[in-house]
Design a protein around this ligand. Structure first.
Ligand SMILES: [Zn+2]
Ligand SMILES: [Zn+2]
Length: 253
């Protein structure tokens, strides 16, 4: 099983989750051309992409979905609320498949569980991917808080992608207008380094091998601050990687 983060942050989010040669794209927030280029750079052209799975309708998660779905001839999967909110961005895609915001379904040979995130979107969610061999990779971004539901869903994962959006002090003293600061720091905004660290404290276990800090703000965070915060609560066995906007990162289990 591989998790490859192709893009992360407000300029675009996209990851490839592959197991046994079959893969799904988790969000498609960069252009189709750039997505395919980065898949090649990551050495994953051999993965057969069978679906695009969306977390929510914000443009940094759906920008490339339409062109990619059409070019690859694959369905777009998301909650009914997300599909409805993104209907304009998904015009003429080969197929849309509504999945439950809280439930289990199959795609690309993996068992995927969805869980609700707390975000200012229509029906946002995160996912845990489980391979046939029992490896679990969970990704939660674009959530203002880590709810008990999210913590429960992400427990026992071998790989975690967790939002570490902003440093609370940098956001507070930074250049954003007050309404935007309130939105980001709110319960339906984005997760701070400290909130991510505190969640990681309960999620870390001996089977956790890789943690990716995702959706870092360019204005209100630095990779060093995110890494320092998360490293405080992470067990020694897991590798910690911060993904900057134009970086590709990944791991294989
Ligand atoms: Zn986002
Ligand atoms: Zn969002």
């Amino acid at each position: 099983m591989r998790l490859i983060v192709l893009a992360s942050g407000s300029s675009g989010n996209c990851a490839l989750v592959e197991s046994g040669g079959r893969a799904v794209l988790l969000d498609a927030g960069i252009s189709a051309r750039e997505t395919l280029r980065r898949i090649a750079v990551a050495g994953a052209v051999d993965a057969r992409i069978e679906a695009i799975l969306l977390t929510h309708e914000h443009v940094d998660h759906v920008r490339g979905a339409r062109v990619l779905a059409r070019r690859l001839g694959i369905p777009v999967m998301a909650t009914a609320g997300t599909l409805q909110a993104a209907v304009g961005a998904l015009a003429d895609v080969p197929e849309v498949i509504a999945i439950a915001r809280r439930g289990q379904f199959q795609a690309a040979g993996m068992r995927i569980s969805s869980f609700a995130t707390a975000h200012d979107a229509s029906e946002s969610c995160g996912y845990v991917f489980e391979s046939r061999r029992g490896h679990r990779a969970g990704v939660a971004t674009d959530t203002g808080v880590v709810t008990p539901e999210i913590a429960e869903a992400l427990s026992g994962c071998h790989v975690l992608g967790l939002e570490s959006n902003h440093d609370e002090t940098m956001l507070a003293v930074g250049p954003y207008p007050p309404f935007l600061k309130r939105r980001i720091a709110g319960d339906r905004g984005h997760l701070s380094n400290d909130a991510a660290a505190s969640a990681l404290g309960t999620l870390a276990w001996k089977g956790l091998s890789h943690v990716f800090a995702l959706h870092l703000s360019e204005q209100n965070n630095t990779p060093e601050r995110a890494r320092a915060a998360l490293a405080r609560t992470l067990c020694d066995t897991a590798a910690l990687e911060t993904i900057e906007r134009n970086e590709i990162g990944g791991c294989a289990l």
